[in-house]
Design a protein around this ligand. Structure first.
Ligand code: BGC
Length: 417
């Protein structure tokens, strides 16, 4: 039996999903933190208003790795959900499996090509046709800071990595945790890609994480970035290994830590806690990355199901997700910005307004790059190869940065064969 890129062996046509009841629209996602749950509840409400039953298929685990494992087994057993949160180049991998529904009829009727920037719509198409609908645009290269912690330590919010170490030293010397981190591979990778961007810039980032150029992966620049990244560890607390990202955000919210490097879903946690940016917390670009933007676009794909009621539910879901009402309310809660063009931003906070302006600005200056850590720049196998080397390096001080860079280049090459 032949295994595909996703490692699936789908022997059977999907056919009718026997387990699904007529109008139950089952949606797989991994939005289970406070801010995320509030966001997805809006979608549920809107689908119910259209007469559908929302069947929640939430699989906890930041970054969605667990959700993808569960999804694969459901699809292999011929019982996929109606929709699933899948994004980036993985959409192409699922397209190759021949299991996705064609959303082009809705997309054409609603003129999605005119509603979306091409950097978004390109990701949503397989073989020229829409197979996914975008929910939002997240910016990954953020730093979330607690101003009280900075004030107590006499530190200033850093704009470069050199300034970061000065500030982190002061916070540490004042007896506080400088960096709230969750030691999980996807969170390590999230911080690491911001370091690479801040230390080496967008062109290098693209060479390494988009083009997967072995000379960039195994370079002096990568070695410098790795060393900078590992230095951050000494500013994290003992509880970091394994910690969920939203618990790390909570440390910044409560003033137990000075900063967190995380995409703007973290802002969803601040919002859910009733915190106001600029007053209770600070959103700043990760050091050295103010003129760059790592994007991460959440989207839903629909599975090809032989059931008219479910197909109607899928079309309604696709249409709802791109509606101005949903794009606004969801993203107000989620911390991201709308994927749809030309929506008013007046209800959004200053961080979202900055993100929206920077999305456009960095597209013009060619410093808008896809997030490696969030599956936007490579297929899952290559991303896994980078994750493995980065996490091993971060956790094992015996591994030199030179060895890690070399291993990364080799592992990525092996995953590409
Ligand atoms: C997703 C976000 C999600 C975050 C934490 C990211 O990869 O794009 O929607 O909030 O992971 O799970």
């Amino acid at each position: 039996m032949k295994f595909s890129k996703l490692g699936l062996s789908i022997g059977l046509a999907l056919g009718v999903s026997m387990a699904a009841q007529a109008a139950d629209v089952e949606v797989l996602h991994y939005w289970t933190s406070g801010g995320e749950a509030k966001s997805v509840a809006e979608l549920k409400t809107m689908m119910e208003a259209k007469g559908h039953t929302w069947k929640d298929f939430a699989v906890a685990g930041g970054g969605g790795e667990s959700a993808m494992t569960v999804l694969k087994s459901r699809v292999v057993s011929g019982n996929p959900p109606a929709a699933a949160q899948i994004k980036g180049p993985s959409i192409q991998e699922w397209g190759d499996e021949g299991v996705l529904a064609d959303l082009n009829p809705v997309a054409t009727a609603e003129e999605w090509d005119k509603l979306l920037p091409t950097v978004v719509s390109d990701v949503m198409k397989y073989d020229g046709k829409y197979v996914a609908v975008p929910v939002n645009v997240h910016r990954v290269n953020w730093m979330w800071a607690n101003p009280e912690v900075f004030e107590k330590a006499g530190a200033t919010v850093p704009k470069t990595w050199d300034e970061f170490f000065v500030a982190a030293d002061k916070i540490k010397a004042a007896g506080m945790t400088a960096v709230a981190h969750g030691g999980q591979p996807w969170q390590d990778a999230t911080t690491f890609e911001s370091v690479v961007l801040g230390v080496a810039g967008a062109d290098f980032y693209r060479d390494a994480f988009v083009k997967l150029n072995p000379e960039a992966l195994n370079s002096k620049t990568m070695v410098d970035a790795l060393n900078t990244f590992r230095k951050i560890k000494s500013y994290t607390d003992e509880g970091a290994p394994g910690r969920d990202w939203n618990l790390a955000t909570a440390m910044v919210i409560k003033g137990e830590a000075g900063m967190q490097f995380m995409g703007d879903w973290a802002k969803g946690e601040f919002t859910a806690a009733g915190k106001v940016p600029g007053k209770d917390y600070i959103c700043a670009a990760a050091p050295g990355t103010a003129d760059d933007f790592t994007f991460n676009i959440d989207s839903f794909v629909m599975f090809d199901l032989d059931n008219k009621d479910l197909q109607k539910g899928q079309n309604d879901l696709a249409s709802t997700v791109l509606s101005p009402e949903f794009q606004e309310i969801f993203n107000l809660n989620k911390g991201s910005i709308p994927a749809r063009l030309n929506l008013p931003m007046d209800k959004f906070d200053d961080c979202a307004k900055l993100s929206s302006a920077d999305f456009v600005r960095t597209a013009d200056s060619n410093t808008l790059v896809p997030s490696m850590a969030h599956g936007m720049s490579t297929f899952s196998a290559q991303q896994g190869a980078i994750y493995d080397t980065v996490t091993e390096f971060y956790n094992n001080d015996d591994v030199t940065a030179e060895a890690a860079a070399e291993k990364m280049a080799k592992a990525v090459a092996a995953a590409t064969e």
